[in-house]
Design a protein around this ligand. Structure first.
Ligand code: PAZ
Length: 317
């Protein structure tokens, strides 16, 4: 597709999308967050800022949405990566799907409120002993990250919200130059129903089998990379279930969208290993299997932070 046709598709996606609620508030919060980590008066010096996207986007089938198409993403990758970026000194804009895994909460049970707490007496609630350390750790680390201005959490649900928010974030991060990074781990829908051709009310089953045409979601990666935030260091992800095509597809995405690296992963082994695909090499990154509590995000973020440092150095010469 030529660039003009892509721009037309992108414009028509945004023009017809339901307007984002709270867009002005989100823009204002982003401005404050970026300014506090990278002051305009700081002569180009400040903290690096990464936008981590996490979890899957939904595709509504009705405007007053009863049904939607969803995907498998748990948000574990984005939540874990956020913790390691903050540990490495980054400020993180965490663009996440509502209800998915949150930073510092990975060691809590799925239903922490009911599982972790009990009545101490008739009135007071206390943490149950087996969860005491996990709960204290989650509260301590989460509060520290948010209150020291290192973590800004922005939730989305639909593909419409996600792409509108990503664009606002990218444009807000433009002033950071090469200190900005995108780590695009969200599982973004490839197909959607345009808002204008979507049924307003609940689709009726009495009308017989459902025949619905889904349009392709315009690929915005190249526009993010070349126009919204042209100096940022950009990492995208490629997920496949067929290992035979994974690296080839990642390498195509690297070139097509001019990413700095593409992290390739397979559905079943994604928690064990990933391959970082760059223009000159493919680097296999694995979880430390000698430790039960290790994860692949730890070495992965270490590697990407080093690559980002090299990129910043090269950009300034
Ligand atoms: O969210 P999660 O931890 O369950 O899975 C992470 C992932 C597989 C969604 C991510 O690593 C990824 O590959 N995201 C991009 C998916 C895609 O190709 O659209």
């Amino acid at each position: 597709m030529d660039s003009m046709a892509l721009h037309d598709e992108i414009d028509s996606f945004f023009d017809s999308a339901p307007p984002l609620k709270d867009a002005a508030k989100i823009t204002d919060n982003l401005k404050k967050f970026i300014e506090s980590n990278f002051p305009v008066s700081g002569e180009g010096k400040g903290r690096r800022v990464v936008c981590v996207t996490s979890g899957g986007t939904t595709v509504p089938l009705e405007q007053r949405c009863v049904r939607y198409i969803d995907n498998f993403s748990s948000g574990n990758r984005g939540a874990a990566s956020t913790e390691y970026f903050i540990k490495a000194g980054y400020a993180v804009i965490f663009l996440y799907r509502r209800g998915t895994c949150q930073p510092y909460c990975r060691s809590l049970p799925d239903d922490p409120l009911l599982e972790c707490f009990e009545f101490a007496d008739e009135l007071d609630v206390q943490v149950r002993k087996p969860y005491s350390e996990a709960v204290k750790g989650a509260i301590r680390n989460h509060h520290a990250a948010v209150s020291s201005g290192l973590l800004l959490k922005l939730p989305f649900t639909t593909i419409f919200e996600y792409l509108q928010m990503l664009r606002i974030i990218a444009i807000s991060m433009r002033s950071l130059g090469p200190q900005a990074m995108f780590y695009l781990a969200a599982a973004v829908s490839d197909f959607y129903v345009p808002w204008k051709s979507m049924a307003e009310h609940k689709i009726q089953s009495a009308s017989g089998p459902l025949d619905m045409r889904l349009m392709q979601v315009p690929k915005m990666l190249s526009v993010l990379r070349m126009e919204w935030t042209p100096m940022a260091f950009c990492i995208s992800f490629k997920l496949e279930t067929d290992s035979k095509i994974l690296l080839e597809k990642a390498s195509i995405a690297l070139k097509k969208y001019k990413m700095h690296s593409v992290v390739a992963n397979e559905l079943l082994t994604r928690k064990e290993e990933v391959t970082v695909v760059t223009t000159d090499q493919n680097i296999l990154v694995q979880r430390d299997k000698t430790r039960v509590d290790s994860d692949v995000e730890d070495p992965l973020i270490g590697l990407l932070v080093d690559k980002h440092s090299t990129y910043i150095k090269e950009s300034s010469t």
